[in-house]
Design a protein around this ligand. Structure first.
Ligand code: KDG
Length: 334
């Protein structure tokens, strides 16, 4: 009897709080590019659970993984057009929409996550998210894709010069294209959704992604060599359609923003723990893993320097100065 009473009371309270909230019943289509069994997939499900709890089940998030709703660029278009409500994808493919996002593509910008988190979540990162609104997108939070590493099917890459002649898939982004071409590779821009087949058929020799992605996308099945280079830190950005966002009540916006912040904490913890496990699992799967020595990393930095200068010119010196000021504060506080 007591159990029934408590349950009834809880339901009544839940109903009362829902009634107190100005929340409609809505379905939210949330698209993403990695497999459902990936850090991206787990974080989307965590976000969905948070939203359901905070809205007493009224806001239902449906995750669509493995690029079921299209590539990052296609989903960005669907959000801008109001045909899809949410997605998470790489900031690198946003540079065609807001060119200043290229600042996050600069090789070796961040030395570790302790630098990346406060810069992305602080005033500079937020200003970039806010700039998306004029383009029909709402940037809620950054998630972690992670530090990118090289894989290929041809030979070990231990020196910067070993990149010469490697047909390397890169994200559809001028900084990645320019950097790897300058390093002597033959950079091939391609949507993530086409990458596994391109590696399997030999259309490209290699690619670069965080180890969590290399594992969850099973690239070890078609790639022999993994080189730990950590050549750039890649953020993801959780995006919403602005035209859809503008129809929401303040209560609904608050729920989605709160769930997004909670999912950011979950996703970063999950991805960082997953990175450690992924490296071990990739070795166990038979990948030959090597780490690029510091002196070779220094050569990559040198190769990237003129491309960094071009990005700074493109995004504007004030933005570059703001990022460097944030980094100086973080490094001084260490
Ligand atoms: O859809 C997949 C992308 O969100 C992300 O993984 C981008 O790192 C990326 C890549 O290599 O395309």
């Amino acid at each position: 009897m007591k159990h029934i009473l408590i349950t009834t009371l809880a339901l009544a309270l839940g109903a009362a709080s829902a009634a107190a909230q100005d929340v409609q019943s809505r379905i939210i289509r949330f698209g993403y590019g990695l497999n459902e069994d990936s850090n991206q997939g787990r974080a989307v499900r965590h976000f969905a659970e948070q939203v359901a709890t905070l809205s007493n089940g009224k806001l239902k998030v449906r995750g669509f993984g493995a690029a079921a709703l299209g590539s990052d660029v296609q989903m960005q278009g669907a959000l801008i057009g109001g045909a899809q409500e949410m997605m998470v994808g790489s900031t690198a493919t946003l540079v065609g929409t807001v060119k200043e996002f290229a600042v996050w593509d600069i090789p070796f910008l961040f030395a570790n996550e302790k630098e990346a988190d406060p810069v992305l979540d602080g005033p500079v990162g937020q200003k970039l998210l806010d700039s998306l609104q004029a383009q029909g997108l709402v940037g809620l939070v950054y998630w972690e894709n992670g530090f990118r590493n090289l894989t290929n099917s041809r030979h070990k890459i231990e020196k910067a010069e070993d990149l010469k002649g490697i047909k390397l898939r890169v994200m559809q982004n001028p900084v990645f294209l320019d950097t790897f071409n300058a390093a002597g590779a033959n950079a091939v821009p391609m949507p993530f959704s086409e990458l596994f087949t391109a590696l399997e058929t030999g259309a490209v020799d290699g690619q670069e992604n965080p180890v969590t992605t290399i594992l969850s996308s099973k690239f070890y099945e078609v790639q022999k060599h993994l080189t730990i280079s950590n050549h750039v830190y890649s953020p993801w950005v959780v995006l919403m359609s602005k035209s859809w966002w503008d129809k929401l009540s303040d209560d609904e916006k608050k729920i989605l923003q709160e769930a997004a912040v909670a999912s950011r904490t979950f996703e970063r913890e999950d991805t960082r723990a997953g990175s450690v496990k992924a490296l071990e699992e990739l070795k166990a799967a038979g990948m030959e893993v090597s780490t690029m020595p510091n002196e070779e990393i220094a050569k990559l930095r040198e190769i990237a320097a003129p491309i960094t200068a071009k990005v700074v010119e493109n995004v504007g010196q004030p933005l570059w100065n703001d990022v460097q000021a944030e980094l100086s504060k973080i490094r001084a506080a260490k």
